[in-house]
Design a protein around this ligand. Structure first.
Ligand code: ATP
Ligand code: MG
Length: 290
C-alpha cells in the first residue's frame, strides 16, 4: 500500500497472475484532450510542436503513440505529466475515485538516480510522499520481485545493464501506484532481446494492474504488441492522423501475436500512414529535399 486511505478498491485482475496478497492498487485514470496545442517561441520564430490534438484515453487502456521524429510526442507526454503547459486547448485528467489523478513518467535511459541504490530508487517517490521506511521498503522489494530484480536491491545503477536499469525505472514509476503511466520510448535504447523481455514484463504488469498507459515508440512492431489502440501522429505540427484498434485479446503472448494473421495487415496499415509523415518530416528538416 502506498498512500494511506487512498487505496480503496481491490486490484482488478485481468491477466494471468494474481496480485500480491492483501495488496490494493488503484485502477487507472482517464485522459481527454481537446484542441491541445503547444507553441514554443524560439530565436528562429514560433514552433508549433503539437496542434489541435484531440485524444481520449479510457481508464485502464494501453494507448501507444507513434509518429515521425520531432512531431511532438514528448511534448504531448510532458503536458499530460504536468511538466509543461499547453498554449491552446485544454486537457482533463480524471481519477477513478475522483480528484486529480497521479502520474509517473518513464523516460528513455535517464530515469534512475545513480547515487541511490536500486531499492532506494524504487522507494524514492514513496519517500517524497511521506510513506514510512518499512512500508516503502516492503513495496520496493515486491516491485523488484515483479520486475525480476529481487537480488539487486543493494547495488547501484552503474552496476546494472541498461535493460536492468530500465526495469528499475519501471518499478520506480509503479511504486507510487500512479493512475496514469507515461512512457517515452522506454525501450528505445535496448537490444532486441532485452526489449522483447521487457515488453513481456510490461504486458504482464499492465495485465495485473489495469493502469492507464500512454506509451511512445518508434517501433510499429512494439506498438502492435503492446497497444489496445495505436495513435498515429502527423509530421510537425503534430496532430492525430489516425487511431487504430488492435484486436488481440489479453493476456497476450508475443509469439502468438506475431503469427496471428491480423498482424501483418495492421503493420502495413500503420506503416502506410506513418510513411507519408516520415517523408514529410524529412522534407521539412532538409528544406524541401526528400
Ligand atoms: N523547449 C523547447 N523549446 C523549443 N522548441 C522545442 C522545445 N521542446 C520541443 N521543441 C520542438 O518541438 C518539436 C517537437 O519536439 P518533441 O521532442 O516533442 O518531438 P518528438 O516527437 O518527441 O521527437 P522524437 O521522436 O525525436 O523524440 C520539435 O520541433 C522540437 O524542436
Ligand atoms: Mg521524443
Amino acid at each position: 500500500m502506498v498512500e494511506s486511505g487512498a487505496l480503496a478498491r481491490p486490484l482488478p485482475v485481468r491477466g494471468l497472475m494474481a496480485p500480491h496478497a492483501g495488496e490494493m492498487i488503484r485502477p487507472g485514470g482517464g485522459i481527454q484532450t481537446v484542441g491541445l496545442g503547444r507553441r514554443f517561441v524560439t530565436a528562429g520564430g514560433p514552433v508549433d510542436a503539437i496542434r489541435a490534438v484531440d485524444l481520449a484515453v479510457e481508464p485502464g487502456e494501453f494507448c501507444v503513440i507513434v509518429g515521425p521524429s520531432g512531431c511532438g510526442k514528448t511534448t504531448l507526454l510532458r503536458i499530460l505529466a504536468g511538466l509543461d503547459r499547453p498554449t491552446a486547448g485544454y486537457l482533463e485528467l480524471t481519477a477513478a475515485e475522483g480528484g486529480a489523478p497521479t502520474n509517473a513518467m518513464v523516460f528513455q535511459g535517464r530515469s534512475v538516480f545513480p547515487w541511490l541504490t536500486v531499492r532506494q530508487n524504487v522507494a524514492y517517490g514513496l519517500k517524497l510522499r511521506g510513506v514510512g521506511r518499512r512500508a516503502r521498503g516492503e513495496r520496493a522489494d515486491r516491485l523488484l520481485q515483479t520486475v525480476g530484480l529481487a537480488r539487486f536491491g543493494r547495488v547501484y545503477p552503474h552496476e546494472l545493464s541498461e535493460g536492468m536499469r530500465q526495469r528499475v525505472a519501471i518499478a520506480r514509476a509503479l511504486a507510487v501506484d500512479p493512475d496514469i503511466l507515461l512512457m517515452d520510448e522506454p525501450f528505445g535504447a535496448l537490444d532486441e532481446q532485452t526489449r522483447l523481455l521487457l515488453q513481456e514484463e510490461l504486458l504482464r504488469i499492465w495485465e495485473q494492474t489495469a493502469k492507464t498507459v500512454v506509451f511512445v515508440t518508434h517501433s510499429i512492431d512494439e506498438a502492435i504488441t503492446l497497444a489496445d489502440r495505436v495513435v498515429v501522429m502527423s509530421a510537425q505540427p503534430g496532430t492525430i492522423k489516425a487511431t487504430l484498434r488492435v484486436p488481440f485479446p489479453h493476456p497476450r503472448a508475443l509469439t502468438a501475436i506475431r503469427s496471428d494473421p491480423a498482424f501483418a495487415p495492421l503493420f502495413t496499415e500503420i506503416w502506410g500512414l506513418l510513411r507519408e509523415e516520415v517523408i514529410a518530416s524529412r522534407r521539412s528538416i532538409s528544406g524541401g529535399q526528400p
